[in-house]
Design a protein around this ligand. Structure first.
Ligand SMILES: Nc1ncnc2c1ncn2[C@@H]1O[C@H](COP(=O)(O)OP(=O)(O)OP(=O)(O)O)[C@@H](O)[C@H]1O
Ligand SMILES: [Mg+2]
Length: 237
């Protein structure tokens, strides 16, 4: 990859950070900030929960941090590199290499098996190698759904799909893991499994920084959560 990133002034212990991040959208004739000047710096191996009322900007912030949405202004740093100024294809490659993202709506592809879904991020790179396939199966095992690997995702339960999307996000061993409401729509047992997985992930070797948005006290109040951030009207309280 060509090294055209602007020099970063990120703290050396930072996995994920942003400074004065703003996202404005059009609302009729006005432009309103739905993310309004957010600054944060997250070391690796931490699990942070981002809470706040519906519509406060949590998903928007997560998308901007993951390089999936261009902010209006401000800086985003992922694994020591400032990503906002990168050209599209460099940002995409950096994001694929460093960020695991689980969308609020999961975005698993219907009609494909769970394993095929987990290996989907490899498709733009020319498909999965045998090693990556083995790693995908290991991740499914770790997420407690190896037995479902060859089932079409349409037939899986909400909790199984949620864990499948998490396995897919982990395939590239990301430095940053961003999860949008990972325990929404799952029962108590599945919520506990997901939280236990996140706790395990953040304490492993080369642990990612894990930022989750949530309305769920089962997650936000879990002892594995190192910090609770609260968002309101696009700002961190
Ligand atoms: N592309 C867009 N254009 C216009 N408005 C948007 C756009 N994306 C989000 N919004 C608005 O910005 C606000 C923040 O949305 P966002 O999805 O980030 O909230 P949230 O905190 O994730 O909410 P929830 O808890 O319901 O998931 C909402 O009022 C939403 O309607
Ligand atoms: Mg949301």
């Amino acid at each position: 990859m060509a090294d055209e990133a602007p020099a970063s002034d990120a703290p050396s212990s930072e996995a994920l950070g942003c400074t004065d991040l703003v996202k404005k959208v059009r609302d009729g004739t006005r432009r309103v900030a739905i993310v309004d000047g957010v600054t944060l710096s997250m070391p690796p191996g931490r699990l942070w929960a981002l809470e706040g009322p519906s519509g406060s900007g949590k998903t928007t912030l997560l998308l901007a941090l993951g390089g999936l949405m261009a902010p209006t202004s401000g800086d985003v740093r992922v694994a020591g590199r400032s990503v906002v100024g990168l050209r599209d294809h460099h940002r995409t490659r950096w994001r694929r290499a460093k960020v695991g993202f689980v969308f609020q709506e999961l975005q698993l592809v219907r009609g494909m098996s769970l394993l095929e879904n987990v290996l989907l991020p490899r498709v733009p790179e020319g498909g999965a190698t045998a090693d990556e396939r083995a790693r995908a199966l290991l991740l499914l095992e770790r997420c407690g759904i190896a037995g479902q690997a060859h089932r079409v995702v349409d037939r899986l339960s909400g909790g199984e799909r949620q864990r499948g999307a998490l396995a897919r996000a982990l395939l590239g061993a990301p430095a940053v893991l961003l999860l949008d409401e990972p325990t929404a729509h799952v029962d108590a047992e599945n919520a506990a499994r997901i939280v236990a997985l996140l706790a395990e992930l953040k304490s492993g070797d080369a642990a990612p920084a894990i930022l989750v948005t949530t309305h769920d006290p089962r997650l936000a109040e879990h002892p594995a959560v190192d910090r609770r951030l609260r968002m309101r009207d696009g700002r961190l309280a």
